[in-house]
Design a protein around this ligand. Structure first.
Ligand SMILES: Cc1cc2nc3c(=O)[nH]c(=O)nc-3n(C[C@H](O)[C@H](O)[C@H](O)COP(=O)(O)O)c2cc1C
Length: 186
């Protein structure tokens, strides 16, 4: 089940560097793509930095709507994550092609993909020079949620044999988030 994460803790959903999915919607069009180059940028109000290439359909819908949802898929969505990062939504409806179940978001029009570990509803903070020069977008997080089976005590708690978030290494090769290592407190 989705549980709300306080905005000041939203950075923790992506602080360990998972590959993300980004959904967008504008008018009657919607789309989803994979994005590995996404990172927290600020605590409160929480912001993200995301590289979204100029030729993507996602970029077109993001620029038109000013909104998106950034999600952290799990190891159970490995093939799906790679698939939506390997084709363009201008040519196909990825939601139909890959039978992607969605739910409405709480604030933005872009959909939530079911089965993810985290969902961050975002709006674009206009930075046209960064977008043009580096394909870099600054996103403000408006609402944040985590899958409660994976998130407790205000942090990720992945079971050894359960689903984990994923990290892209190279074409089609990922790592799953590993062991939790905590520095002993003195
Ligand atoms: C694992 C993975 C990570 C990716 N990371 C990014 C990224 O950070 N930024 C980006 O612009 N494209 C990235 N891509 C490529 C886009 O997902 C790809 O161009 C996609 O087809 C764009 O879809 P669209 O045209 O429907 O928006 C990634 C692809 C994969 C498979």
């Amino acid at each position: 089940m989705r549980t709300a994460v306080p905005l000041e803790l939203a950075y923790r959903l992506l602080n360990h560097g998972p590959t993300t999915l980004i959904s967008t919607a504008h008018g009657d069009r919607r789309n989803v793509m994979a994005a590995a180059w996404v990172m927290p940028l600020d605590f409160d109000p929480p912001k993200l930095a995301a590289v979204i290439a100029a030729d993507t359909y996602t970029r077109e819908l993001l620029s038109a709507s000013g909104e998106c949802v950034v999600m952290a898929p799990t190891s159970e969505q490995l093939e799906l994550s790679y698939a939506v990062g390997s084709c363009c939504g201008r040519e196909i409806d990825k939601f139909a092609r890959y039978a992607i179940a969605t739910e409405p978001a709480s604030i933005v029009r872009a959909p939530l993909v079911r089965g993810c570990a985290a969902w961050l509803e975002c709006r674009v903070l206009p930075e046209p020079a960064l977008a043009e020069r580096y394909d870099l977008f600054v996103l403000e997080v408006l609402a944040a949620f985590a899958e409660d089976r994976l998130w407790s005590g205000k942090e990720w708690r992945f079971e050894a044999s359960g689903p984990r978030t994923i990290h892209h290494s190279k074409g089609g090769v990922f790592f799953a988030t590993g062991e939790r290592l905590a520095v002993p407190r003195s």
